[in-house]
Design a protein around this ligand. Structure first.
Ligand SMILES: [Zn+2]
Ligand SMILES: [Zn+2]
Length: 320
């Protein structure tokens, strides 16, 4: 898989001073002020982590309500770090969404969302800017296996860029003189490169992420990566591990679940058949079953899942 962040690392820089006029830099790069946001002093948020964190993934506006995009910023952090309210408000939600621990705070027209966070506040609690909401978790983060806080922002009913309210001054982007970068391909987030060999040699037909379910019509998390492979195609273990379950599930159909240690599990779903037994030690590349369409499936494909500490994460991040 080669989904990649479309904007090369290192070309996104932030300056403390807003520039009103484009300036030519040595090397031909043009500095332009990013689209103006509501950056009045009353609207500033404070950073939810201290010391002030690095922004590892910027906001990427989704083109539609169900479309891929990145509805917030990812801030580098440490597991267990206190996560603080960006402004005064009331806790609107503290709990789990699709297995990920989330806290949201309402600030009169703005809403901030923090994940993955083990909450120490409850829904309805009033909070002040800087108050601790909980501690930063590892599992369910957008940078897994690295640790980061996803900070989302809703302005009224729409998603907006949190950086427009963070006290960083205006965002400055370096744009190549040939013009702005191309329109990004639809990716759910910038993945990390992994080392696992994909379980089948087939294209991805549906990525991990929020989508309208093809059978139920609900908007929900698609908790794995679908590979478009013909029924009967051998399915291979992506890494060494132990088979911990060979079961039939009404939704996932015939499935094989493997434990790879360190809290990381993989599963291979909608199989026509399993070819391993529970308890077996399996090497990377060994056949564990055959592609099928059992359970809630509309046709032959492999639904491949990765769980970290029990929470689903994007499998593409682990694949080479
Ligand atoms: Zn994120
Ligand atoms: Zn699937």
């Amino acid at each position: 898989m080669s989904f990649r962040c479309w904007w090369p690392r290192g070309v996104l820089v932030r300056a403390a001073v807003a520039l009103a006029v484009a300036t030519l830099l040595p090397g031909g790069l043009v500095v332009t002020a990013a689209a103006a946001g509501p950056t009045g002093p009353d609207l500033r948020w404070s950073w939810p982590l201290d010391p002030r964190p690095e922004v590892v993934t910027a906001y990427d506006a989704p083109p539609g309500p169900y479309a891929a995009g990145h509805r917030g910023v990812d801030l580098a952090g440490r597991a267990g770090s206190p996560v603080r309210a960006v402004d005064d408000g009331v806790v609107a939600f503290a709990g789990t969404v699709a297995g990920v621990a989330v806290v949201s705070v309402d600030h009169q027209g703005e809403r901030s969302t923090y994940q993955p966070v083990a909450a120490t506040v409850r829904t309805g609690d009033p909070v002040q800017r800087g108050d601790v909401l909980g501690s930063l978790l590892i599992a369910g983060g957008h940078c897994f296996p690295a640790v980061c806080l996803h900070l989302g922002r809703r302005h009224g009913e729409s998603y907006a860029d949190p950086e427009d309210l963070l006290g960083s001054g205006s965002k400055i982007r370096l744009v190549p003189p040939s013009g702005p970068p191309p329109v990004p391909p639809p990716v759910d987030d910038a993945p990390l490169a992994g080392s696992w060999t994909p379980p089948v040699d087939a294209p991805v037909s549906s990525p991990y992420g929020m989508r309208v379910h093809p059978i139920t019509g609900e908007l929900k998390l698609h908790d794995g990566t679908d590979f478009a492979a013909a029924c009967g195609t051998p399915v291979r273990a992506v890494a060494d591990g132990r088979v911990v379950a060979v079961t039939y599930d009404p939704a996932y159909g015939q499935r094989v679940v493997m434990d790879h240690g360190g809290g990381v599990e993989t599963s291979y779903n909608h199989l026509a058949r399993a070819s391993v037994r529970s308890g077996a030690a399996v090497r990377a590349g060994a056949v564990v079953g055959a592609v099928g369409s059992t359970g809630m499936s509309t046709g032959c494909h492999l639904h491949f899942m990765v769980r970290a500490d029990g929470a689903p994460v994007d499998p593409v991040r682990f694949l080479a």
